[in-house]
Design a protein around this ligand. Sequence first.
Ligand SMILES: Nc1ncnc2c1ncn2[C@@H]1O[C@H](COP(=O)(O)OP(=O)(O)O)[C@@H](O)[C@H]1O
Ligand SMILES: [Mg+2]
Length: 435
Amino acid sequence: MQAIQIIQEEHGKIWRVATTMNLVADEVDQGAALPREFFQAAFNYLEGFVDQCHHPKEDQYLFRLLRLRTDQADTVLQALEGEHRFGPGNMRELRKQLAAAQNGHCGEFTETLRRYTEGLKTHLQTEEREILPLARRTLTSTDWEAINSAFLDNQDPVFGTQAKEAYRELYHRIAALAPEPIGLGAISAGALKQGAVPGGETLLKVSALESCYGRIQALKGVDLEVRRGETVALVGANGAGKTTLLRTISGVQPMSAGSVFFDSTDISRLRSDKRMRAGICQSPEGRLVFGPLTIEDNLRLGAYTQPKQQVAEDLEAVYAMFPVLKEKCRLPAGTLSGGQQQMLAIGRALMGRPQLLLLDEPSMGLAPLLVEEVFNVIKTLKARGMSIILAEQNAFAALAIADRGYVMETGRITLSGTGQALINDEQVRSAYLGM
Ligand SMILES: Nc1ncnc2c1ncn2[C@@H]1O[C@H](COP(=O)(O)OP(=O)(O)O)[C@@H](O)[C@H]1O
Ligand SMILES: [Mg+2]
């Protein structure tokens, strides 16, 4: 039932956009300036994605087959289809009111907007609570084959790979344009790129690695491998040892047994600054930006092992990726929102010209829209061919973008496989994905 999973993920995104619009509307009602571009971006997404892709797909495949199998849902389906048909008209009305709204006189617009998001959310809930469970019970395996193959058809002009890229761009713009701290605040977080194909050669090889805090053994013999260009997810509950493993790889945490090979060289006895010079750079858990220092000085700290003459060029490269940091480069880092601080922590790691980037819980504590944005940044780095280890408690999101993943429990690797295989694994689903 891959189609159901796709539909539910899409619902999640639409729900987040609706919630975000409401939050921004609250601010506007309390006197904040009307962020016109943000609303336009959200409407473009809803119109392009929801009205032209998501809804037609449901109508054509899921609802049609469901009608053939049962008449139990006829009334509900009719109502939902009606709402699908009204979508574009409602959107035109919203756009008209947005055009007419002026700062300080937005009441009519925000009221219509709230009615719209309310309707959209009720619609999604009806599908989630009534239609999807009924479909699960009623449709046959032949039906699911037909639905799945339609949903997974990457060539389809309306919802194939290319269309998805376009929708991802539209969604990305919403996160960039949403006011802080909900979003990044009227500045793009850089363009997204198509994924690159990971190469085959081994970049990092960790064998039988052990590490202790006093008498507590936090790593109990860990084996892990990263190939060049791969994104590897490291998932597991709080306290499993993810942070310890990353810190042992970067050399800031001592190891008591085992070995670490990087680029075919034994670096087990190398100090952390030497490992950093070799290309292992870390964005630590909790971000750890230096609040009183300016954003630019924080970035420069990331380049302390690098030759001076390349710093200016690398700063520009980081600023091109995170224009929000350029805009604020002279401000103390402590003034940034959580999402922006995460961008700074990643930018600081990039200043070390990593060959292997270690990201420790980059989505922790961020608003949902920014979680998505941080994962978009990781996808962009992946697309540029960066090798990445991504430690996350947000297992689903991490596995979804990873080539491979490892599951950690109390200092050991208990499972590994491709990201998709782990997402489909019963054990992983119940323990980490809350399913
Ligand atoms: N500084 C420390 N001193 C003592 N024990 C620690 C320290 N940091 C982590 N630990 C312990 O090591 C284990 C692994 O922790 P950690 O690597 O932070 O896990 P995770 O990142 O997966 O949440 C836990 O049992 C934790 O209590
Ligand atoms: Mg941790």
